[in-house]
Design a protein around this ligand. Structure first.
Ligand SMILES: [Zn+2]
Length: 368
C-alpha cells in the first residue's frame, strides 16, 4: 500500500442501503450481491465502529489529494425571488479540476491504491472522467475512461493530456466495457456499469460527506433547511445526505434533486419502477443526463422529506445565460439547481427565512 493512503482503523465494512446486510471491506462494484440477485440492485455504504465528534468518518485518514474540498459559498444572490430566503451557492467549481467529482475521485482512487489495483476504469464523458484521470495521475495509477462518440474533442483532449486511456464507445457499450473489469484484480471499476443502475463506488461517495460539515459551518453552525443538488444517479445527493445524517440524524436537511426530465420524479410522484429506463433526454445538461434512477437517489428524497424537481432544457437555457450575465460562471447542469431553488422559494416550500444551500457542481469554463 502507498504510504499516501492510510485506512481508517474504524472502517468496519460495507452495508446495503436496502436490505441492511453487512459485507466485508471489498469491491462489490455492482452493489449488494443479495439484492442484485433478487432483482432490486442497491448500493452499499461504508460502516465504521466509531465516528469523530462533530465530524464525519471517512474510509481513509490519509488519502490521495489534489487539494479538494472546503469550497466557498456565495451569498447575496439576486435571482428570481431568492431574497426572501437565505440562499447560498456552494462553488464546487473551485475544486482542483473544476467540479465536485474531485471529492469522489480522492476516495475512489485511494481505495484502488489501498487495495493494490494498478488502474481505475470509468464511464464518463465529462467531469468524472477528467477528475478521475487527474487523481489517477497523482496516485501513479492507470486510468481507462469510456466516453460516448458525442463527447467533445476538448474533453477527450483533456483526458489524454491527463494521461488517461480513452475508449470511444456507444452509450450502453460504455457500461459493458466497464463491466468487463468487474472481477479484475488489477483494474477497479469506480462508476456504475450495472443496469438497473446502482450508483458509483461507495468509497468515492464517502468523499461527498464533508460537504455536510462545511455547509453546517457556512450556515452559522446549523444545517440548512434545504440542499438543492443537480442529480443523475444520485451519488452526490446520497453522499451529502449521509454526511448530514452522521452529524445529526435528527436535523437532516430536505434534499431537492434536480433533473432535466422526469426520472426520479416519475418514480416518486407517479409510482414508476425505479429499475426501469425513462424516456426523455437533454442536450443542454449533459452532466445530469442518463435515463436511469437509483435506489440511493430515491432513498435520499424519502429519508429527508425532500423532492425531485425537473428543469427542462427550454427553461434552463435562458436561465443559464442570465446567470452568466450576472457573473456567475456555472456549467449548465449546475445553473439549473439555482433555478430549482428559486422555485422552492416561490412556491413556499422554502419560506421567508428558510436556509437553502445550492450545490453549484461544476465550473462554467468546462463548457468552453
Ligand atoms: Zn441488499
Amino acid at each position: 500500500m502507498s504510504e499516501r493512503v492510510t485506512v481508517n482503523p474504524h472502517l468496519s465494512g460495507l452495508r446495503c442501503l436496502a436490505c441492511g446486510r453487512s459485507r466485508p471491506v471489498g469491491d462489490d462494484t455492482a452493489g449488494c450481491p443479495h439484492c442484485r440477485e433478487a432483482g432490486a440492485p442497491a448500493n452499499l455504504r461504508c460502516t465504521y465502529t466509531a465516528t469523530p465528534a462533530g465530524g464525519v468518518a471517512l474510509p481513509y485518514t490519509a488519502h490521495i489529494t489534489l487539494g479538494e474540498g472546503d469550497t466557498p459559498v456565495l451569498t447575496g444572490l439576486d435571482a428570481g425571488r431568492l431574497g426572501e430566503a437565505d440562499v447560498r451557492l456552494k462553488l464546487e467549481g473551485a475544486n482542483p479540476t473544476g467540479s465536485h467529482k474531485d471529492r469522489f475521485s480522492a476516495f475512489a482512487v485511494s481505495r484502488a491504491v489501498a487495495a493494490g489495483y494498478a488502474e481505475v476504469v470509468a464511464a464518463s464523458s465529462g467531469n468524472a472522467g477528467i477528475s478521475l484521470a487527474a487523481y489517477s495521475a497523482r496516485a501513479g495509477l492507470g486510468c481507462k475512461i469510456a466516453v460516448t462518440g458525442s463527447a467533445p474533442a476538448r474533453i477527450t483532449g483533456l483526458l489524454r493530456d491527463l494521461g488517461a486511456e480513452v475508449h470511444v464507445l456507444p452509450d450502453l457499450a460504455r457500461w459493458e466495457y466497464v463491466a468487463r473489469f468487474r472481477t479484475s484484480r488489477t483494474v477497479l471499476p469506480v462508476t456504475n456499469y450495472h443496469l438497473p443502475a446502482v450508483g458509483s463506488s461507495p468509497y468515492g461517495i464517502e468523499g461527498f460527506k464533508p460537504v455536510a460539515r462545511e455547509l453546517t459551518a457556512q450556515f452559522g453552525g446549523r444545517p440548512p433547511d434545504w440542499v438543492v443538488v443537480p442529480s443523475s444517479r444520485g451519488d452526490l445527493a446520497w453522499g451529502v445526505h449521509l454526511g448530514f445524517a452522521e452529524l445529526d440524524a435528527e436535523r437532516v436537511p430536505r434534499m431537492c434533486l434536480v433533473e432535466p426530465f422526469p426520472r426520479l420524479s416519475a418514480v416518486l410522484e407517479e409510482g414508476a419502477d425505479p429499475r426501469g429506463t425513462f424516456p426523455g433526454g437533454t442536450r443542454f445538461q449533459p452532466s445530469i443526463a442518463g435515463n436511469t434512477v437509483t435506489l440511493q437517489a430515491v432513498e435520499t428524497v424519502r429519508r429527508t422529506g425532500g423532492r425531485a424537481a425537473v428543469v427542462t432544457d427550454a427553461e434552463a437555457e435562458p436561465w443559464h445565460r442570465a446567470l452568466w450575465r450576472s457573473g456567475i460562471c456555472l456549467e449548465p447542469s449546475s445553473s439549473v439547481a439555482l433555478l430549482a431553488a428559486s422555485r422552492l422559494v416561490e412556491d413556499g416550500r422554502a419560506g421567508a427565512g428558510a436556509s437553502v444551500a445550492v450545490i453549484g457542481t461544476a465550473h462554467g469554463f468546462k463548457g468552453m
